[in-house]
Design a protein around this ligand. Structure first.
Ligand code: PLP
Length: 395
């Protein structure tokens, strides 16, 4: 079929199925409130967990960096060089995360697609949690290694997969998991994964996108949350969530980072993370180490809103983190509720198929340290009233 005819049909079908994503145009900075269509909304759909996205501290760091280094990085780092701020930030980030070395890349997505195909060979096996992030899935797709999945968080299944495959794999086995799962907010049992990895001589890779800045002492992330510093082999991460910025990173042993600098296609063939983001990342890191009041506020807000839902009989799935999925089931309900909330000046994102399986649609509410109790009360009151109305109408 003609390409544009097919595209048009698919787009029309998505609109008919009420799963078409209308992308909002934002007219103000990322904060607890945000302006859309000249109206102010309570912002419940940003990963700006600690409020750094528009914080004066970060803006100051970016301005300072632009004054000194300009804006563009020039080229890829293997050609035009690394800025000293890249180096400094990488060293500090490695310390913060409890690894020997770190490499910053352009995004968390690039961290996974830059790591996985680079370190795996045709003789290797990758074992991936069934619900891992799209960037891990794409990283695995780019790899020549054999691949399989284990049932989400299911350690019995992981052990069965390891037991079955270990005798047949000539090369290395890699177990890959999100640290915190972005759609459900549950935490991977890294302690148990680490035990199985040691037992079956496998390497561990954790994507800590939603863990860093959110769990563990000072927000050091999933590895520190389990006290597993020095035990997990490799970590990928992002600055697009709690850091409030953009940029990704890969942490591990010194040799691994040296190897990636020589061989990762994401590093070698794509211009570097802009230097001002390294500078801003360093400013956030300093703050995380100095002051955990935002982290405490984030968790206070999380408990406050989540308890309201639980006490009033709503399902928020299996979350253990500020990611709060209000489970509504079918796609159309999620889309309708989102529209009603929009009319009530609350911005949420419906998470629907294909991001999550059919029938597991949800309204994902993202908590931030910036939210006030009044804002959270309003969010709860309107959601509970409007959701009940929809359910009544459907019966
Ligand atoms: C688990 C996970 N990994 C990677 C990413 C990608 O991060 P970035 O937005 O920096 O590309 C995300 C964000 O959506 C994520 O949730």
């Amino acid at each position: 079929m003609d390409l544009y005819k097919r595209i048009k049909e698919e787009l029309e079908q998505a609109k008919k199925n009420k799963v078409y994503n209308n992308i909002k145009i934002l007219e103000s900075k990322q904060s607890d409130m945000i302006k859309v269509d000249s109206k102010n909304f309570i912002n419940m759909c940003s990963n700006n967990y600690l409020g750094y996205a528009s914080d004066p501290l970060v803006i100051k760091a970016v301005k300072k960096s632009i004054k000194k280094y300009g804006v563009g990085p020039g080229a890829v780092r293997t050609i035009s060089g690394s800025f000293d701020i890249h180096d400094e930030f990488e060293k500090r980030l490695a310390q913060f995360k409890g690894f020997e070395a770190t490499l910053v890349v352009q995004s968390g997505f690039q961290a996974n697609t830059g790591l996985i195909p680079t370190i795996t060979t045709v003789d290797d096996l990758i074992i991936s949690d069934q619900l891992n992030h799209a960037s891990i899935i794409d990283g695995v797709r780019l790899s020549k290694a054999q691949r399989t999945v284990f049932k989400h968080l299911d350690m019995e299944d992981l052990e069965a997969v390891l037991k079955e495959n270990r005798p047949n794999i000539k090369g290395n086995i890699f177990i890959i998991t999100d640290g915190v799962f972005s759609m459900d907010g549950d935490i991977a049992p890294l302690d148990k994964i680490n035990v199985l990895a040691k037992k079956y001589k496998a390497y561990t890779i954790v994507d800590d996108a939603h863990g860093e800045g959110v769990i563990g002492p000072q927000g050091r992330g999933s590895v520190a949350y389990f006290g597993l510093e020095g035990q997990i082999d490799i970590e990928t991460g992002t600055m697009s969530k709690a850091f409030g910025l953009v940029g990704g990173f890969i942490s591990g042993k010194k040799e691994l980072i040296e190897y990636l600098k020589q061989n990762s296609r994401v590093f070698k063939f794509s211009s570097s993370l802009p230097q001002q983001f390294a500078e801003a990342g360093l400013a956030v890191l300093n703050q995380l180490e100095k002051d955990d009041s935002r982290l405490k506020k984030l968790w206070e807000n999380t408990k406050y809103l989540q308890n309201k839902f639980i006490e009033n009989g709503f399902s928020i799935g299996t979350t253990q983190t500020p990611i709060t999925p209000l489970m509504v089931g079918d796609e159309a309900t999620a889309t309708e509720l989102t529209k009603i909330l929009f009319k009530n000046n609350i911005l949420v994102s419906p998470i629907i198929y294909p991001t999550v399986p059919k029938g597991k649609a949800r309204i994902r509410l993202m908590l931030s340290s910036l939210h006030t109790k009044q804002e959270l009360d309003k969010v709860f009151d309107i959601i509970s009233t409007e959701y009940r109305k929809i359910i009544k109408k459907q019966k």
